[in-house]
Design a binder for this molecule. Sequence first.
Ligand code: XMP
Length: 523
Amino acid sequence: MHTHPDRIAILDFGSQYSQLIARRVREANVYCELFPWDAPPEKVQALQPTGIILSGGPNSVYDPGAPSLGDYVLQVGAPVLGICYGMQLLARACGGVVAPSSHREYGQTSIEIQPSRLWAANVPQALSVWMSHGDRVDQVPAGFHTIAHSANTPIAGMADEARGIYAIQFHPEVNHTQHGRDIIDQFLHQVCGCGSSWTSAGIIDESIARIRAQVGTRPVICGLSGGVDSSVTAALVHRAVGDQLTCVFVDTGLLRKGEGEQVIETFQREQGIRLVAVDASEDFLEVLQGVTDPEEKRKRIGEKFVRIFEAQIAGLGIQPAVTNSKTVLLAQGTLYPDVIESRGPERQAAAKIKTHHNVGGLPKDMQFELLEPLRFLFKDEARAVGSALGLPDSIVWRQPFPGPGLAVRILGDVTWERLERLRAADAVLQEELRRADLMRATSQSFAVLLPVRAVGVMGDGRTYSEVIAIRAVTTDDFMTADWARIPYEVLARISSRIVNEVHGINRVTYDITTKPPATIEWE
Ligand code: XMP
């Protein structure tokens, strides 16, 4: 079933870094999947892992009900790397002694390494690593030897080289650990013997084979928003099944200025993809009328989207006999982070904070079978695939834009007048950031229309108008974010242009809140 030559299973014991481990493995050109620690053993074993990595986690192995190590992990016979809590689990499972440490170690720590196959040739004997642990291993199990120590942790790493079991108390996946990537690389390529086949070309070949197998001769519809995810999905599906794909671009009326035209230009004219453009702005405004609750907005928009696709089928000449069952496919740009049932604390919180409409908001009676070719890809991998498929940088490097569009950037009532106001303000912001060459320096930047009015003075008259908040953030993963330090003079230009050019706005504020505690979007 698996077409990847090498496959790493990562068991997630609740560390905030579990996804990062998966990204590092992929960056080393090796395919991996992340499983919750208590995933059914058959599910993990079905991957036939070439190697297994155990993540860290917030618990002590002695906590009642603490996540435990399934017996199968050591029975599979594949090399194992335990990180932090994963090390303590291995020590305990193999008969070592784990005890609370008298000195908790958090942050940067110096360790010294002893010879082991886990250390790549370029890893120096002394290095600075990232630790975050309370418990520690006091005695290695029979068959293991110590491979690293620090001042407070006499056993900061251990190995049973014959069985290919390695464990380290520090986090090689974080940037703060010197040579962390080399250590992961060494485990993957030298200990597990993995090749480097997980590349854009490899991903494309494999995805095409999977798409063809799932689709057969059936028609596929793809909702194209012009964002990175749906664009790469469309390009990939088109490469796999050509004209069996019809893209539906819905102008929800909730898009940014000029976006619709660009999507049509890129996909219809440049990529030669069959594209149906639907102007549904009135429908969306209608379902949003009087709705101010953000989750309700998302739900209604998600539902409307699907209904519009369904309505499009009739016009596409697809036989009703086919549409009666779930035989038409709907291609979606769902990415791996949306799919992972991760146990990291912030993932659980994130999952609760918002229902991303591409995952949670689809109606239950939907008449499509889903095709999700990016389901196992991280964003950077999707971008690389997009570039390899010939999509322009303006699409591949586009900042993320939420599915529900400007509706969640208009706090309060969504009306056409307010949409036009926000679109105009946002266009000014984008133009000025581009002019100052700050687009790539900010991970996401946008204008938000607030549900308040403020007093101002213009000419000789008093105004009582709406307020725009500017949001610009820097982030690696969108789970945490800092506000971008946009130079004052750029902010000054943006503010002055918005209040002068956008009718109905008399005040501009800059949002200087980090995530957490705020989120990136205002709704
Ligand atoms: P927050 O506001 O949760 O945003 O910090 C994190 C990232 O997710 C995007 N976002 C969404 N994307 N549908 C989407 O497709 C949504 O409902 C949605 N809400 C937020 C947001 O733009 C940011 O990049």
